[in-house]
Design a protein around this ligand. Structure first.
Ligand SMILES: [Zn+2]
Length: 433
């Protein structure tokens, strides 16, 4: 067994088991470049899920896997059936050639917080809420789109049956992929928690630039995501006269450049991208007949986001017209700008202050599972620094010091919440020790 103890630098609890658990997860889908490729529903995802399940059982907690494969580890602290839950977690799936900490840190920290609190309960500490560690299915949206599928289903934002029917680019459904790795569950998900907290790496440079260790997310940037297809006509790249061509890839090229230009209208306030493209038939000798692409627009200002989104819509239409092809919008979703729960932020700020890491308030530009829970229950999102802001890259890193600081703050917040029945305001008044 590994131990949780006081850190020598006064920064609160230090957990040796957390490093071991992170290393264990890092082996699942490890890449030669030091990162991970752990797409949702892949064998590597299956191995990481097996490790989650093993960790839950070894800590004496109850494992549940719901219909969309969300894994819940329920750590009984109260002995009271129906006691409120404090939930903490993130995701174990990753992008291709991604970092080891994205999502995984939040899951591993939650498992270790659960184990620590359960040990305290066994030693006689009194709690008024049970604790739940969670691994949400398909946060990344890398293999199955959209992102946040598991947490969204849990929060009632879409039906589980619809989520299971979503197909990857090879036509394999999420349901079949989960069944293939033995993690399509049938257990009832636990009820909505009294409070949800997520620890995640920042994936940006705000904390590093400020010399801060703990980031407290105040609000999320909004996002507009458009999946579109240009449909032209397949032809021979040699003899077909240029003026007769209806080249779907040419339309995509116009659109990609124009979407990039949109960001220049609001420097620093709008982020745009085209990160995914599928070309059919994708042969050097064939004028492409169909090209599918994924456009993203992000901003922290509602009015700007709306205007930039409208420009993206127009850019797609104009690109289709210029290349004389048809445009089909497959999906268009909007993620609203919202604030994380103030009482949870206040609690985490207090615990961080006590641990010696004054929290810095910041935005999240990226989406996280916490945003699925936000509005359903009091929700908090906590960041620790990413070295150089590197993210969705094998070189992504967070120092051991910062990992332990994040863990100490999450454990402190969870302990107070579980003592206070999961109510953040009551937890503010509780004893930190
Ligand atoms: Zn993540």
């Amino acid at each position: 067994m590994t131990s949780t103890s006081s850190a020598p630098d006064g920064g609160g609890a230090r957990d040796d088991g957390l490093r071991a658990l992170l290393d264990g997860f890092s082996e699942c889908g490890a890449t030669p470049g030091g990162g991970v490729t752990r797409l949702c529903g892949s064998p590597a995802d299956g191995r990481a899920r097996d490790l989650f399940a093993r960790s839950v059982r070894e800590a004496g907690a109850e494992l549940r896997t719901d219909a969309v494969g969300n894994q819940f580890g329920i750590f009984r602290l109260t002995g009271t059936p129906g006691a409120p839950l404090v939930m903490m977690g993130s995701h174990l799936d990753s992008q291709v050639r991604a970092g080891r900490f994205d999502g995984t840190l939040g899951v591993a920290a939650a498992l270790r917080v659960g184990a620590a609190l359960r040990a305290e309960a066994r030693a006689g500490a009194a709690f008024a809420a049970d604790f739940c560690a969670v691994n949400w299915t398909n946060e990344e949206g890398a293999r199955f789109r959209p992102s946040l599928i598991g947490s969204g289903a849990y929060a009632g934002r879409h039906a589980a049956a619809d989520a299971l029917d979503i197909r990857d680019d090879d036509g394999i459904s999420l349901g079949d992929a989960l069944a293939g790795i033995g993690h399509r569950g049938g257990d009832p998900a636990p009820p909505l928690p009294a409070c949800y907290l997520e620890l995640h790496v920042e994936q940006g440079t705000v904390l590093e630039a400020a010399g801060a260790v703990i980031g407290l997310v105040a609000r999320n940037w909004g996002a507009i995501k458009i999946d579109a297809a240009f449909c032209g006509e397949q032809a021979h790249t040699g003899p077909c006269p240029m003026d007769l061509r209806r080249d779907a890839l040419l339309a995509a090229a116009y659109a990609i450049a124009d979407v990039r230009t949109i960001a220049e209208g609001w420097p620093g306030r709008v982020h745009t991208s085209v990160g995914r493209i599928l070309v059919a038939p994708n042969s050097a000798n064939v004028v492409p007949a169909r090209v599918e692409l994924s456009v993203e627009i992000r901003s922290a200002d509602d009015a700007i986001l709306g205007a930039a989104g409208a420009r993206a819509d127009a850019a797609l239409r104009d690109a289709a017209a210029r290349a004389r092809v048809d445009l089909a919008v497959i999906a268009r979703t909007e993620r609203p700008i919202r604030h994380l729960t103030e009482s949870v932020r206040d609690l985490v700020a207090l615990v961080a202050e006590e641990a010696g890491y004054p929290a810095l308030s910041l935005d999240t530009v990226a989406g996280h599972d916490a945003l699925s829970l936000l509005g359903r229950c009091p929700t908090g999102l906590v960041f620790v620094p990413s070295v150089g802001g590197i993210a969705h890259n094998e070189a992504e890193a967070t120092t051991d010091h910062d990992v332990q600081a994040g863990f100490a703050v999450m454990l402190g917040a969870a302990r107070r919440l579980c003592r206070a029945g999961g109510v953040p305001k009551a937890a503010m008044r509780g004893d930190a020790r």
